[in-house]
Ligand binder design. Structure first.
Ligand code: FES
Length: 102
């Protein structure tokens, strides 16, 4: 059943940064890409690295462990467009960032 989870406030994730949060049963990486918030499964599909701790350049996050890169807006791997990492809808309600879990 879909679930809306408040994960942070807008001020907690400045532009160009990410934050790892636990939402329901998921570990979620929430990113602020030029003022727009996006959420991916926080566990890198390569070998479990913490995507929220990766460098965010524009809307591309680089996994801190081995450098895989993902577009945080879509979850698509930058080198292999057929690889789609799980992403979650995000909305802002006032100052709250809400992630929609399936
Ligand atoms: S764990 Fe992310 S690139 Fe290897």
């Amino acid at each position: 059943m879909p679930q809306s989870v408040r994960v942070a406030t807008v001020g907690e994730i400045p532009p160009g940064t990410g934050k790892e949060v636990v939402a329901g049963d998921a570990i979620v990486a929430v990113f602020n890409c030029d003022g727009q918030f996006h959420a991916l499964d926080g566990i890198c599909p390569h070998s479990g690295g913490p995507l929220a701790e990766g460098q965010l350049t524009g809307c591309t996050v680089t996994c801190p462990w081995h450098g895989w890169q993902f577009d945080v807006r879509t979850g698509v791997n930058c080198l292999n467009p057929r690889m789609q990492h799980t992403n979650y809808p995000v909305r802002v309600d006032g100052t709250d960032i809400i992630v929609e879990l399936p």
